[in-house]
Design a protein around this ligand. Structure first.
Ligand SMILES: *Cc1c(COP(=O)(O)O)cnc(C)c1O
Length: 441
């Protein structure tokens, strides 16, 4: 056997090729079986953690695996599962979500131009402005793309794009104010300006259960696996999925050359997490909807931001953009109630953002609530089984200037909630007692 061509062993093959047994199967069937085929050697139903860094060659150049940075059997299993969940051909796993960003940007020619959504993840902003600029002379224009007014979005995008724009970077929903971007619309405009533009969607907040950007026209979908995909707050990892063989060839080369790859053990943990992704996401979503609705009625809360609530400015877009299977399951489970959706909303991820009734400039009120919560943990990050809360103005978004925070609506009374899988009654009671103890209700 000659050295592995790119799409045969080290990069997840086309679903039609090796996953043919699962064509037409649902999300969870794929999540549980693709990448976890019983071992031909031992019959083990769960893939082994393949710790070996190097592999014996039958004769020089005759090997399936060569060296674990280039490709590793456990990572391969994970990458195949990830590709299947996003409905894409190729999956690549990285040591963190941030290294996914770094690797994609490294593939751009020097002095390229990027257009990015303005309230992009802080680490992505930092990479574009502090690293890509210095290392590659890359310039980034941050544009307001999350607006219900599509004419304004088109105007902003046309103004931001240049003849040297190589990449449009989208994150939807945005963080922490959960604004939505019309992905097919942005893709359409960007490609009409220049068909060569690559559109990347960081889909971390929704996971492959609620959103599949490749089916919405994106070229690459990026994830921080650290959040929902692994889902247990015990692995830092990232991934990307694409259908483009030109892109995967470049990115696979950089994955090996830069070397920001996950360990076999972490790959195994993430693969374990993936098997329950659909059930976890449905529960995160239904509890988030219950909490969002309940807090709308609470005197301690001024605003509730949840894209599955009819009061959200992009509620209609959320219905168009949600992965169909997530919507159908929600209707079947009764968490989205047929004609009642316009009144009752539907589950759309596990993140809920609120503004307390306290003044946006009052730095202390939110902290009084946060330190009194007993079940919610005051911590950064999101997407784990345990509920987390944080104050973006002082924590995840402290590095954003006061002026930009004001523009984005990130006052000191804004609290971001990652709704976990505890009993939702307990979560509601915990929030209520903390609001009272803080004197807000
Ligand atoms: C956490 C996060 C990242 C970065 O991922 P890491 O795994 O922490 O490196 C990127 N984008 C979004 C939206 C995130 O939430």
């Amino acid at each position: 056997m000659s050295p592995a061509p790119i799409a045969s062993t080290s990069v997840s093959p086309a679903p039609g090729k090796t996953h043919s047994g699962h064509a037409g199967h649902g999300f969870s069937t794929k999540a549980i079986h693709i990448g976890s085929e019983p071992s031909e050697e031992t019959g083990a139903v769960i893939p082994a953690i393949s710790l070996s860094t190097t592999f014996k060659q039958k004769s020089v150049g005759d090997f399936k695996y060569e060296y674990s940075r280039s490709a590793n059997p456990t990572r391969d299993s994970l990458e195949r599962a990830l590709a299947a969940l996003e409905g894409g051909r190729f999956g690549l796993a990285f040591a963190s979500g941030s290294s996914v960003t770094a690797t994609i940007v490294s593939a751009l020619p020097p002095k390229s131009h990027i257009v990015s959504v303005n309230d992009v993840y802080g680490g992505t902003y930092r990479y574009f402005t502090k690293v890509a600029t210095l290392a590659q002379g890359i310039e980034t224009t941050f544009a307001e793309l999350a607006n219900a007014d599509t004419q304004l979005v088109e105007q902003n995008l046309r103004k931001a794009m240049r003849s040297d724009t190589k990449l449009v970077w989208i994150e939807s929903p945005t963080n922490p104010t959960l604004r939505l971007i019309d992905i097919p619309f942005v893709v359409k405009i960007a490609k009409s300006i220049n068909p060569e533009t690559t559109v990347v969607v960081d889909s971390t907040f929704l996971s492959p259960w609620y959103q599949n950007p490749l089916s919405l026209g994106a070229d690459i979908v990026a994830h921080s696996i650290t959040k929902y995909i692994n889902g247990h707050s015990d692995v830092v990892m990232g991934a990307l999925v694409t259908n483009s063989s030109a892109w995967v060839e470049k990115l696979k080369f950089l994955q090996n050359s830069i070397g920001a790859v996950p360990s076999a053990f972490d790959s195994w943990l993430a693969l374990r997490g993936i098997k329950t992704l659909a059930v976890r996401m449905q529960e995160h979503g239904s509890s988030a909807l219950i909490i969002a609705k309940a807090l709308t009625q609470h005197p301690a809360v001024k605003d509730v931001i949840y894209p599955g609530l009819p009061s959200h400015p992009s509620f209609q877009l959320a219905q168009r953009q949600i992965a169909p299977k997530a919507f159908e399951k929600a209707v079947a489970r009764g968490t989205a109630k047929g004609d009642g959706i316009e009144a009752n909303g539907f589950p759309y991820g596990g993140m809920v953002t609120i503004r307390l009734a306290s003044d946006a400039r009052d730095e202390q009120a939110a902290n009084k609530v946060l330190e009194r919560l007993q079940i919610f943990t005051l911590a950064e990050s999101l997407g784990g089984v345990e509920s987390l809360v944080e104050q973006p103005s002082k924590m995840t978004h402290a590095a954003v200037s006061q002026e930009d925070r004001d523009l984005l609506g990130i006052g000191h009374n804004l609290i971001r909630i990652s709704v976990g899988l505890e009993d939702v009654e307990d979560l509601l009671a915990d929030l209520d007692q903390a609001f009272r103890a803080a004197g807000l209700a």
